[in-house]
Design a protein around this ligand. Structure first.
Ligand code: F3S
Length: 297
């Protein structure tokens, strides 16, 4: 018998669902709107939105007169809000990201150097940087953090505030927290990893530990999906797929205990299609199937 365990936390988080719903609502109301960057890191949803008349633009310069601008859940730097002045804006920045914007603005105003644990190329991190009123550094590893703090020590231990990208790896973040006291004295730490991310990563670990094959569903450009892939890969053979067409039939038939999870930007219907295809593959071979946990959507 093949056992499939599906993460309850798989799929859209609150912030993504809110932004995507808003964009589709605007499309259905016939509003002439564009999104500033893809609404989420999921090509299928971006395409569906395009078919409804809402496309993504790369920069403020690409917005035409009269167009409504949708700011996605990742948020944008302060300079972008300034550039959008006078335009109709629907701000779908996730409230958890807005909270980080407030923290870094306040801490910068208090004279603290801001350190962001996260991917410096990621739009959320670029947005956070753009709300810092003073020096700001990003890091992803303990080595990078140590180097930044060593340099700051030469400047009489300037006060430091550390925040994390909402989807940062929970284990790495805990590791930074454990080491920070030995590295620097004048530091305030703000735990800004979103609870949806912590739950999703924790559940991925639990399922991967008891599975021998993990299927992670989500956009290959999605940072939180890629993190799930990395986390699961530590415990068992793992594959990252965007749609059911990438499922490897032989791999599915080779394993008896399969786990499934999905990133925060993966739509429920894509997850369901993958699950249906997996169950068809298994049943077609005359195998019995046990769904340990079904999606709660
Ligand atoms: Fe918001 Fe957390 Fe999702 S920050 S966009 S609810 S992953």
């Amino acid at each position: 018998m093949t056992k499939i365990t599906v993460a309850k936390s798989a799929g859209f988080c609150f912030g993504v669902a809110r932004a995507v719903d808003k964009a589709f609502d605007l499309a259905d109301s016939g509003v002439n709107a564009v999104t500033l960057g893809p609404i989420i890191h999921n090509p299928q949803i971006v395409k569906r939105l395009e078919q409804k008349g809402i496309r993504s633009v790369a920069s403020v310069d690409d917005i035409e007169n009269g167009q409504t601008v949708i700011i996605r859940s990742h948020g944008v730097p302060l300079s972008v809000y300034d550039a959008l002045n006078g335009k109709e804006v629907v701000d779908c920045t996730c409230p958890f990201v807005l909270k980080i914007h407030r923290i870094v603005a306040e801490q910068s105003a208090l004279g603290r150097v801001i350190l962001i644990a996260g991917n410096k190329e990621h739009p959320e991190v670029q947005g956070i940087k753009g709300h810092c009123g003073g020096p700001v550094f990003t890091f992803e590893t303990l080595e990078e953090l140590t180097e930044i703090l060593d340099n700051l020590k030469q400047n009489r231990e300037k006060p430091v505030a550390i925040v994390a990208q909402t989807t940062f790896n929970q284990e790495l973040w805990r590791n930074f927290q454990q080491n920070i006291e030995n590295l620097y004295t004048n530091v305030s730490i703000f735990d800004t990893i979103c609870s949806a991310t912590s739950c999703r990563q924790q559940e991925a670990v639990e399922i991967a530990q008891k599975s021998d094959y993990m299927v992670v569903i989500g956009g290959k450009d999605s940072s939180n999906t890629r993190k799930l892939f990395q986390i699961c890969s530590r415990y068992c053979e793992t594959v990252l797929i965007e749609t059911k067409s990438e499922l490897d039939k032989l791999q599915i038939l080779r394993h008896n205990s399969i786990g499934v999870t999905a990133g925060a930007s993966t739509p429920a219907d894509i997850i369901k299609e993958v699950l249906n295809t997996m169950s068809e593959i298994i049943k077609d071979q005359g195998e019995e199937l046990d769904f340990a946990e079904l999606l709660e959507q």
